[in-house]
Structure formats: C-alpha cells, structure tokens
Design a protein around this ligand. Structure first.
Ligand SMILES: NC(=O)c1ccc[n+]([C@@H]2O[C@H](COP(=O)([O-])OP(=O)(O)OC[C@H]3O[C@@H](n4cnc5c(N)ncnc54)[C@H](OP(=O)(O)O)[C@@H]3O)[C@@H](O)[C@H]2O)c1
Length: 385
C-alpha cells in the first residue's frame, strides 16, 4: 500500500510538473520594459523554463532566428493582446510579462519530454517557430508544445534551420490556409508577392515555385538578382517609380501576398482576376495596433468592423480580401522539412551573430532592407561575461 501511495504521489506530481529540478536558472537576453535597443539585458539568471503541460518539451537552443516582429515587440507592439493570451483571466499584474525573452525561431535539441509527448524523444534535433505570447529563443532553453515542433531537416545545420520556421509557418498559413493554395492546385497559378526580398517573401517564392506556380515579385532593384536566383519568374523594381503602373501591364493574378501594406491596398486588388476566386492576402493588419490603442474589447470590435467592411467591398467587385497571420504548426514544418531535404527550398541567412552580439543583431534588423534572415548562434550561451 505504501509503495502504491508513493507511486501515486510521484505520478500526480509528474502530471503537474514534469521538469527535473536540477536547473533553476539559465543565460538569456531579456527585456524588463518596452523601448529601444538599450532595454535588451543579458542575464545569467533568467528563470529556467519548466514543463507545465504533459505535451510540452524543453529544447536546448542551438540557434535563434530574429524577425521584424522581435523589433516591434521590443518596443511594445502587440502588448495588450499578447498579455491577454498569456493571462486570459487577467489574474496577474500589469507588466507581468517581464522579464520577457524575444526570438521567434529555434533550432535545437530536446532535453526533456512531458509525459504525453508521443512523436519526439530526448536528444531529437528539432526546429520550431515560437508563438509571440511564449518566452522566446534568445536563451539557453525554451519550452514548446509537441505540436509546435518538428524534426529538423537533416540537410541543414542549426543556424540554417533557425532561419526558416517563423517565415515558413507564416507563409504556409497565408498561402495554404488563407490563400487556399497547395501542391496539387498551384501549378500555373499566377502569384504576385509584394515585398519578395525579405524573410517571408524569399520563403514564399521558393515554396510556390516548388509547387509549379508562376511568381512575380516586387523588390528594390539591387535585390532583383537575388530573388531571380530563388526562382522568381518576373521582378518589378518598386524604387523605379509607382510600382502599380508596370504591374497593371501584366496578366492578372490568382493570388497576391502583400508583405508591405499601407498604400498597396488602394491599387493591388484591381490586379486580381475578378470572379474567379482570386484572393488578396495581406500580412500587414491593424489588429494588434487596434488592441494596443483601444484596449482588447474596443480594439477587436474596430478590427472586426474594418475587416468586414473591406471584405464585403471587394467581394462586390468579384475578388476576395483577406488578412493573414502567422500560425505555429509542427505538421506544416514536417512538410517543409521534406521540401528542404529534397533541395526545393534553401535557407536564406543574411547575417549570423553570436549570443553576445544580440543588441547588434537588433540594430541590423532595424536598418531594414533584409535579404533573408538574421540568426543568432547560441551554441555556447555562457560566452557573455
Ligand atoms: N501578420 C502576421 O502574423 C505577420 C507574420 C510575419 C510577418 N508579418 C509582417 O510581414 C511583413 C514582411 O515580413 P518579413 O519578415 O518578410 O520582413 P522583412 O524581412 O523585413 O522584408 C521586407 C522586405 O520588403 C522590402 N520592401 C520594403 N519596402 C518595399 C516596397 N514598398 N515594395 C516592395 N518591397 C519592399 C525590403 O527589401 P528591399 O526594399 O531592399 O527590396 C525587405 O526585404 C512585415 O511587415 C512583417 O511585420 C506579419
């Protein structure tokens, strides 16, 4: 009976907290408030992440990818919605997200698995995109759920692998889930990517070309060779004058992916084939700005009203208007791994920084004009003194 009781107590304990208790702290770059680059702080004493749910794993981070979202989040973008997601019942105090760890891509090795993790085991090499409401990868360890991770492509090292998951999951969500494209129906579809030379664009070009699509891209003139090399069929330089004029002269499109936003909405939808199911999907939406500015309830109502009005207005003209969002997905990364290992998609790493150079990596990101991804190597996280 005693043995049974001990076993039950142990089992119940492990149901709730399954993390081994040998580590309490780890090195990480954190922010304690929102602001400029000076809010980034290195610490050797960040809280070691624990497994809270049985489907979670702890990953030792080998490399972390940065995205424009990290720069925006450092400055407080999305704070209202992301805080609500972290603490839906609003039990904790304002500012409870700090110290906050940024970094949305990870490639690393599983150190520990929760009790319900079926498809992964300790020491598996994995890659993943980390949802923005979770602690990020600019740290020695990160916790993710089993359905957010995927086995890393064998053909890539960790730095290369960390350049892909966030843009890959974003492009997949936008093109497949929202845009309705897939490898069976994409052949000969005409797709326009506004802003094709950055992280999302460079991934989207390669995936669409692998599926047989015809891809037109806008970017600055000095990126033309770069995007053609990735497979773009037609390139239009947006710095040479109003970009909509040369685009109007082209055959109309089945899908437009807008990575730029702002003014583009005023002219881009007229480039779609009307009454054929053609879609415009933009990644630049006012959703998080609205909730930051107006609060959750009013911000969401404003967002729903804007979205519905625009969708209806364009539906009457025979084209679909959609907003696209990043969605974490291990199963999508499984499919992308196959494309990577078959050589259909290659990583585009623009610059690699060491763990001690994280503020420099953010400075570089803020300068804009990306030609692929910025990656931080975290193989020796203790190398900052
Ligand atoms: N809603 C979501 O869930 C979500 C998720 C991911 C990303 N996003 C957003 O999607 C956008 C793209 O992300 P990303 O990671 O690809 O950004 P990125 O890596 O910074 O790339 C943006 C690219 O656009 C080019 N560009 C700038 N102005 C342009 C213009 N007027 N016309 C054509 N190209 C222009 C820039 O290069 P050159 O000018 O030098 O050619 C740059 O390479 C960002 O605004 C990001 O915040 C949203």
């Amino acid at each position: 009976q005693i043995i049974c009781q001990i076993w039950l107590t142990e089992k119940m304990h492990r149901q709730f907290s399954t993390t081994k208790s040998y580590l309490n702290i780890m090195p990480a770059w954190v922010i304690d408030k929102y602001g400029g680059n000076d809010v980034l702080r290195f610490t050797k004493n960040a809280a070691f992440p624990i497994i809270n749910y049985p489907n979670e794993v702890i990953v030792k981070v080998c490399a972390a990818g940065l995205n424009p979202l990290d720069v925006s989040m450092r400055a407080g973008y999305g704070a209202a919605t992301l805080s609500m997601k972290r603490d839906p019942l609003n039990i904790k105090q304002t500012g409870n997200e700090f110290p906050l760890i940024l970094g949305r891509d990870v490639s690393g090795v599983i150190m520990e698995c929760g009790l319900d993790v079926k498809y992964f085991k300790e020491r598996d090499e994995v890659w993943a995109a980390i949802p923005p409401w979770k602690q990020g990868s600019l740290a020695e360890f990160v916790v993710l759920s089993g359905n957010e991770i995927s086995l890393k492509p064998k053909s890539l090292n960790h730095v290369e692998a960390a350049s892909l998951p966030y843009v890959a999951n974003t492009a997949w969500s936008v093109l497949v889930n929202t845009g309705g494209l897939n490898k069976e129906n994409c052949a000969n579809k005409r797709i326009l990517i506004l802003g094709g030379s950055g992280g999302v664009g460079t991934f989207a070009i390669q995936m669409l070309k692998a599926w047989g699509g015809h891809v037109t891209v806008t970017c600055s003139q000095n990126a033309e060779h770069f995007v053609r090399d990735l497979g773009a069929d037609h390139v239009v330089d947006y710095t040479a004058g109003p970009v909509e004029e040369p685009l109007r002269a082209l055959e109309k499109f089945d899908l437009i992916l807008d990575n730029i936003g702002g003014d583009t909405e005023r002219w881009a939808l007229e480039l779609l084939k009307p009454w054929t199911g053609a879609k415009y999907v933009t990644l630049v939406t006012p959703f998080l700005q609205n909730t930051d500015r107006l609060g959750i309830a009013d911000g969401m109502m404003q967002t729903a009203a804007t979205m519905t009005t625009k969708a209806l207005k364009h539906l009457l003209k025979g084209v679909h208007y959609r907003w696209g969002f990043f969605a974490p997905s291990g199963p999508a990364l499984d499919e992308i791994r196959e494309m990577v290992d078959e050589g259909q998609i290659r990583p585009v790493v623009e610059e690699i920084f060491s763990f001690s150079q994280v503020p420099k990596a953010f400075e570089k990101m803020e300068r804009g004009h990306a030609r692929g991804k910025t990656v931080v190597q975290i193989s020796k996280p203790g190398d900052v003194s």
